[in-house]
Write a protein that binds this ligand. Structure first.
Ligand code: GAL
Length: 416
């Protein structure tokens, strides 16, 4: 009897100790489309392999605006998730609130400063210490095209905005939708920033969306960009208002539309649909932006917790995110490139290889730029002011570009 009691005692203790390590890690994110969901599922698998329980806190809505609203209410009610998808300058805003766990010990132990490009590591720190862990680098200034649509329309893939409207006219005349677009503020802003970059260049982009220079925001250059941006609306379809971004990507996949301006999370949808770049679709720089790279770094923060098991779960989550194995499998599915330096790219497709090369090339040429539309260049209040102004302008046929430019200055100033 004694032996069986001892065996029982040992197995109980063992069981408890395993249970003691298992933490329920609740993770807020907004990755719910086909490609996004496959990508985040890899993180769940890897975290659970470390003995933790993944509690999925997915808030649908491309661009993450809904997710951020839900997150704020959870934090205000004193019940934050264990981890959340927060990125860019918002990391500073959350750091200011004093609610983020400090990841610096882990970062030093794992040498994150050596593993990450400076532009990435700087974004992850609050007052010089890591409070966020980067998942990837997305490129935003892509244009996705369906070669079959172009062939049917006798159009050629444009490299300038003049060529764009010639191609768009041909696709429209052939009875297809020239531009697949979802009429949501963040998608309007994604197209808008790409037009500004393509018509006015990197230096102006910096002045407008990083310096928030009023003389740039309201200038003949901005007015010209606003006119090009508004003209695109005439090449979208009646179903565009409110459409989710991945449904616009589906229009390219099924040959309904010829072009989509979207970051390379769109590639995750092509990949999930079994489509091959260079054959079923092309990834090309949006007109006028071949030598530029608007970046969007996804990252996760951990909220401060007292529970030791949860802290271990947070450290295991952060460590898993930066591991070579996760960085590869996640980014293969997500359409982005690894945040971590010097990972082999041989499993990645040509679009990712171009992105990885251009990331380095544009960093050297000072044309590696933070995406305004994806929360990399301003605080959320300023981004919201820009979103409201350009979406109102895009949806109106009575507001002039001159009036919209003047409104941009006022809205941005009021948000400071
Ligand atoms: C971006 C996010 C991307 C992708 C996109 C569409 O803000 O950084 O990873 O999810 O929204 O939802």
């Amino acid at each position: 009897m004694k032996i069986s009691k001892m065996v029982l005692g040992v197995s109980l203790a063992l069981g408890l100790s395993v249970a003691a390590q298992a933490a329920e890690v609740e993770v807020l994110h907004w990755w719910t489309s086909g490609g996004e969901a496959k990508s985040i599922a890899e993180l769940k698998t890897m975290l659970e392999a470390k003995g933790h329980v993944w509690k999925d806190f997915a808030v649908a809505g491309g661009g993450g605006e809904s997710a951020m609203t839900v997150l704020k209410s959870r934090v205000v009610s004193g019940n934050p998730p264990v981890a959340a998808q927060i990125k860019g300058p918002s990391i500073q805003e959350w750091g200011e609130e004093g609610v983020l766990a400090n990841l610096d010990d882990l970062a030093k132990a794992e040498g994150w400063d050596e593993l990450l490009p400076t532009v990435v590591s700087n974004t992850m720190k609050y007052k010089g210490e890591y409070v966020a862990v980067p998942v990837n680098v997305h490129r935003v200034n892509w244009m996705w095209t369906n070669p079959e649509v172009f062939e049917k329309a006798g159009a050629t893939v444009p490299t300038t905005w003049d060529e764009f409207f010639i191609a768009a006219d041909k696709i429209k005349a052939a009875g297809m939708t020239a531009v697949a677009h979802g009429g949501q503020p963040w998608q309007d802003a994604t197209t808008f920033e790409t037009v500004v970059l393509g018509t006015a260049g990197a230096e102006f982009y910096n002045k407008a969306f990083i310096d928030l220079d009023p003389k740039s925001l309201n200038s003949p250059t901005m007015i010209k960009a606003l006119k090009v941006f508004h003209k695109i609306k005439g090449y979208t379809d009646a179903g565009s208002p409110g459409r989710d971004w991945n449904l616009a990507t589906a229009m390219i996949i099924n040959g309904e539309a010829g072009m989509q301006f979207m970051g390379d999370w769109a590639k995750g949808e092509f990949t999930a649909a079994g489509k091959m770049p260079g054959k079923d679709y092309l990834c090309v720089a949006a007109p006028g932006t071949t030598n530029d790279y608007t970046f969007n770094i996804d990252s996760f923060v951990m909220f401060e917790v007292d529970d030791k098991e949860l802290q271990k779960g947070q450290n295991d989550l952060a460590s898993t995110i930066l591991s070579p194995a996760f960085q590869e499998i996640f980014n293969l599915n997500k359409g982005s490139i690894p945040a971590r330096l010097n990972l082999p790219m041989d499993k990645f497709d040509d679009c990712a290889k171009i992105s990885a090369k251009d990331f380095v090339r544009t960093a050297k040429a000072n044309t590696l730029l933070p995406s305004m539309a994806h929360g990399m260049s301003t605080f959320s209040s300023t981004q919201g002011a820009i979103f409201d102004t350009i979406t109102e302008f895009y949806n109106s046929d009575s507001i002039t570009a001159e009036a919209a430019a003047a409104k941009l200055v006022k809205a941005v100033a009021a948000a400071q």
